[in-house]
Design a protein around this ligand. Structure first.
Ligand code: EPU
Length: 349
């Protein structure tokens, strides 16, 4: 087991923030994972780094950084109903989605172009254009760094919610399986039903359908549409550093929504099946005039107010502190105007 020291992380976080890992351990194979499990270092404070697409680094990282570079993807089983496809945690998410389509196993096309690695996808329960990871999830393998045990979880055990899972929560008591800071995901399996139907109920996809005149798109067409929409709206992290949506879309009660609409008739809102109402955080931020505003080299993206970008590029990148200051200022102004507390999506390290 080789522990590297003073490892630059600028290329390993999509914001492109310059910081170092004081100690970094790469996991490239299950043998590396086995070696970690037998080493006392496994119980030390640590930070698991995937694609670095959902983090804001505010300084050099002192806890051991465990970088997951496990590779491999395969069809593990198939029956009349579905293909079960597995990918190792270190596989690139978008490449994995593209590979499933090439193989003729549709189902993940709406989740094209989400930055990051397969291993982080269940942590966040990534979602886009009407589909969430939990809709296609079968199970995952992980190791518990506290106990040194391997374990497998199904969807119910992952306790998925909107951009949420058991991996984001600390255990509140002994019976509770909060896995924050304990679990290292090694493999994720997806159930891709053979009875496929395009999921194009989302407004942006309906627009594409109308523009192209294609009523019944193939999975590859949906994939291409999603890629087009994302390219038009979201900055490519390889060109402009960012961590995707910076805040979650808040939900409110119908009463709270009616109260805001009385003051702000243009409020963008969606009715959820549970009776609550989802508000577009991007609209709330936009309405407060944040588009294009900046703190140092951290700025609100001018095409999507929900995204904070590094406008200093590689040479004079924003700092994590600038991102956090900008995010706090946005939260304060949205709260003062709408009474809504926005919750950040990325993890601040
Ligand atoms: N809007 C504005 N101003 C803007 C941008 C958007 O007013 O600057 C309004 C528009 O009216 C639009 C609404 O906000 O109708 C919602 O915008 P959009 O459809 O672009 O989606 P979103 O709610 O901002 C969510 C996810 C994205 C995902 C898209 C598409 C969250 C936090 N974000 O964004 O996920 O790609 O829907 O499904 O749920 C991510 O999590 O990193 C991410 C990019």
């Amino acid at each position: 087991m080789i522990i590297e020291t003073q490892v630059p992380l600028q290329a390993h976080n999509t914001f492109g923030i310059a910081a170092k890992a004081e100690r970094l351990l790469r996991l490239r194979s299950m043998e590396d994972v086995a070696a970690l499990l037998t080493d006392p270092i496994r119980t030390e404070p640590h930070f698991v780094l995937g694609g670095g697409s959902n983090i804001v680094i505010t300084g050099d990282i002192k806890p051991l950084v465990i970088k997951v570079e496990l590779k491999g993807k395969q069809l593990v089983s198939e029956d009349d109903k579905a293909w079960i496809v597995q990918a190792a945690a270190g596989e690139d998410w978008h490449d994995f989605v593209a590979w499933t389509l090439e193989k003729g196993w549709p189902g993940l096309e709406n989740l094209a172009m989400i930055p990051g690695l397969v291993g982080a996808s269940p942590v966040q329960n990534i979602g886009a254009y009407g589909v969430e990871l939990q809709d296609r999830f079968e199970s995952l393998d992980a190791v518990d760094l506290q106990t040194g045990q391997h374990f497998t979880l199904d969807a119910a055990q992952c306790a998925f919610g909107y951009r949420d899972s058991i991996f984001k929560h600390q255990a509140s008591d002994k019976r509770d399986l909060g896995l924050l800071g304990r679990a290292l995901i090694t493999q994720v399996r997806f159930r891709l039903p053979k009875k496929w139907k395009a999921d194009i109920g989302y407004a942006d996809l309906e627009k594409k359908q109308a523009q192209t005149g294609i009523a019944n798109p193939t999975a590859q067409q949906v994939f291409d549409w999603v890629c087009d929409i994302r390219r038009a709206k979201l900055p490519n992290p390889q060109v402009v550093g960012n961590a995707g949506s910076f805040f979650k879309n808040p939900t409110v009660t119908p009463e709270q929504c009616a109260d805001i609409i009385a003051r702000e008739p243009r409020l963008v809102h969606y009715h959820l099946s549970d009776g609550r109402i989802k508000l577009a955080a991007a609209w709330l931020i936009d309405a407060c005039g944040w588009r294009g505003k900046s703190v140092g080299n951290a700025a609100v993206y001018d095409k999507q107010a929900l995204v904070i970008i590094n406008k200093g590029g590689r040479d004079s990148p924003c700092t994590g502190g600038e991102v956090v200051t900008l995010a706090k200022a946005i939260q304060t102004s949205v709260y003062e105007r709408f009474g809504i507390q926005l919750e950040p999506e990325p993890v601040v390290v």
